[in-house]
Write a protein that binds this ligand. Structure first.
Ligand SMILES: [Fe+2]
Length: 218
């Protein structure tokens, strides 16, 4: 379960509306490398994660991504507040507005709605962690692209904070991969999925109370 804290992880106080920019930044809500996908990716993957340190890390980062989703929604909301119909038409925001008014709805910048194919929960720790490492870099690239388009520091500062967190998450998933490889070091991990397969015991070793996996790979 979660406890909600009624504050943003990084403050968002935007004094000017900019619906054109909002249409770009909303991609980090419902786009292919956005915060909604990130949170659901990690919070779904953790159930079958076999190692408790990595399970805790997925819960921790997945929870933080929910906080990032909230920051993105606050930015989009503030950039589209109190618009006139003329401003909506002039900025090209009309196509979004006609279906959602100025409510938050998860979509990519190009108008493709969010769907679960944006993330994977594969049930194989090596596969999932590589997806997570790639996801963090893709999110970092998206934030880099957004920062090239944003000039206003009121918008750029929280985006820079979010970008930095992607770098930290990438490093933490690197740690998780190292922990996983240490756990699997005595076996050929390409032939053994600890999220699904029962351990394969070595036929050459005599049975022992704790199992008879001698680590030779046979
Ligand atoms: Fe992240």
């Amino acid at each position: 379960m979660w406890k909600y804290e009624k504050r943003l992880q990084y403050p968002v106080n935007i004094s000017m509306t900019n619906p054109k920019l909002a249409q770009v930044i909303i991609s980090q809500f419902g786009g292919p490398d956005g915060e909604l996908a990130a949170s659901q990716r990690y919070l779904a993957q953790r159930y079958t994660m076999p190692y408790k340190e990595c399970k805790a890390l997925l819960t921790d980062i997945g929870t933080e991504e929910l906080g990032h989703l909230e920051i993105i929604c606050a930015i989009v909301y503030q950039l589209t507040k109190n618009l006139t119909p003329e401003e909506i038409v002039a900025s090209g925001f009309d196509k979004y507005y006609v279906d959602h008014t100025t409510a938050l709805w998860p979509t990519a910048a190009a108008g493709i709605p969010f769907n679960a194919c944006e993330f994977q929960s594969k049930g194989d720790v090596i596969t999932d962690l590589h997806e997570d490492l790639a996801a963090e870099q893709k999110a970092r690239t998206t934030y880099d692209n957004i920062l090239r388009l944003v000039k206003d520091s009121e918008v750029a500062d929280p985006i820079r904070f979010l970008r930095e967190r992607e770098v930290v998450h990438y490093q933490r998933f690197g740690e998780a991969l190292r922990i996983t490889q240490e756990h699997l070091d005595s076996r050929n991990f390409y032939a053994f999925n600890p999220e699904f397969d029962a351990p394969v015991f070595c036929q050459a070793a005599p049975p022992t109370p704790g199992g008879n996996d001698c680590g030779c790979g046979k």
